[in-house]
Design a protein around this ligand. Structure first.
Ligand SMILES: *Cc1c(COP(=O)(O)O)cnc(C)c1O
Length: 397
């Protein structure tokens, strides 16, 4: 279906932060498959783990124990607040599990009327009917029939509106610690702390959608660890399999108390191949120094981008984000900046609020960051000149 507005560009291979196009041109990949290829392309450890698992077992049903999955779940729990993991195949599915878990919690608690979930403007939670309703973006909901009931949306950072939205039917508050698709908009740590307090006060569950921010992207394994606020439920996907499709819903034991045998399921979720990929990704991310390096390189990139912003104020208005989840709020249309970067052989992704997202693989090196900075500088200079040109011509005329 023509549901994607694709760029006329295809790639045949990749290595680290670089992609080789079918026409032989080499690009620096600061999209990482939209925050997926955290270990870059063709990472030897990930490739080997997938190949080795493929030779043993690709798939068995969840009718049976899956040791690779038990191991991955234990490691994710050990590295987070969680005590349970449900494995799914995508971010939207991980979010569906999060929504169902929150509702079921209240149902088994004798409060089946508590089904409503408070969400935030600019949010993105996926493309299934329920996650679209959660995201609340009209342009994505239009024409797809009745909107799934039970989501109340308020402004990001608006504590008073959040309080007002809490009613006898409220089950949970759902938020991305940093909105990705929404334009790299961070929720303030004090706002997240207030949400935690509200949840505790009203017996609600706090759900973090870390599908984009999780797995090292912000310089911590999970973004919540930067904020000092712990959720009850957390959705992961994107970088979880380093490029192999998988998602996960992590919860405390208390939050998952309604999720007993038969209440949820998945044919492919938690299959041995995905679990091998997930374990390989964790091997790399949990190695000493890995996240330190992400934080260091994130700071370096942000500092260098701040210089570019100062040099080209007619192109870039703001640099924001954490770790290697960076947004450039553009003055020019963000699509034009993405295109100008691509002409320099740097791949970036557009986002809401006229932002261009830079999402390098987490293994990106200082030298590649330097290269990217040169490309961004040249692209900005060209866009700035193009904007001045009409005026100059006028002056000459
Ligand atoms: C990408 C994304 C999703 C949806 O993930 P899919 O794998 O495309 O279903 C959900 N939430 C957030 C925050 C995302 O960035």
């Amino acid at each position: 279906m023509p549901t994607f507005a694709r760029v006329d560009l295809a790639f045949e291979s990749g290595e680290g932060a670089r992609l080789r196009a079918t026409d032989g041109e080499v690009y620096l990949d600061f999209t990482s498959g939209v925050a997926v290829n955290a270990l870059g392309h063709a990472h030897p450890h990930l490739v080997e783990a997938i190949a080795e698992q493929a030779r043993k077992i690709l798939h068995v049903s969840n009718l049976f124990r899956i040791p690779e999955g038990e191991r991955l779940a234990e490691r994710l729990c050990a590295a987070s607040f969680a005590e349970f993991v449900f494995f799914a195949n995508s971010g939207a599915e991980a979010m569906e599990c999060a929504i169902k878990t929150a509702r079921k919690y209240h149902a088994v608690d004798g409060r089946p009327e508590r089904v409503r979930i408070i969400t935030y403007e600019g949010a993105f939670h996926g493309r299934t009917l329920a996650t679209l309703a959660a995201g609340g973006q009209k342009k994505y909901l239009e024409g797809f029939g009745p909107v799934v009931e039970g989501f109340d949306q308020v402004g990001l950072g608006d504590l008073e509106a959040t309080k007002k939205a809490i009613g006898p039917e409220t089950a949970a508050i759902l938020i991305e610690p940093i909105q990705g698709e929404g334009g790299v908009r961070a929720a303030a740590p004090h706002f997240l702390r207030s949400l935690r307090e509200l949840c505790d006060q009203h017996g609600l569950l706090l759900v973090f959608d870390e599908v984009q921010t999780g797995m090292g992207r912000t310089g911590e394994l999970f973004a919540y660890q930067r904020t000092g606020v712990t959720p009850d439920i957390m959705a992961l996907a994107k970088a979880l399999g380093g490029g192999f499709p998988m998602g996960a819903c992590l919860t405390t034991a208390a939050a998952a108390k309604g999720m007993t045998a038969g209440t949820h399921g998945s044919t492919f979720g938690g299959n041995p191949l995905a679990m091998a990929a997930g374990n390989a990704v964790l091997d790399v991310m949990l190695a000493p120094g890995f996240l330190d390096r992400v934080r260091r390189n994130g700071l370096l990139l942000k500092q260098r981008l701040a210089e570019i912003k100062d040099r080209h104020p007619t192109v870039i208005a703001e640099v924001r984000g954490e770790g290697l989840l960076i947004g450039l709020r553009a003055v020019v249309p963000n699509g034009e900046l993405v295109e100008a970067l691509r002409a320099e052989r740097l791949l970036a992704v557009a986002a809401g609020e006229n932002v261009v997202r830079l999402l390098p693989p987490l293994i990106v090196g200082e030298e590649e960051i330097g290269e990217a900075i040169g490309m961004i500088d040249r692209a900005c200079a060209r866009l700035a000149r193009a904007r001045e040109a009409p005026r100059e011509q006028g002056a000459v005329g």
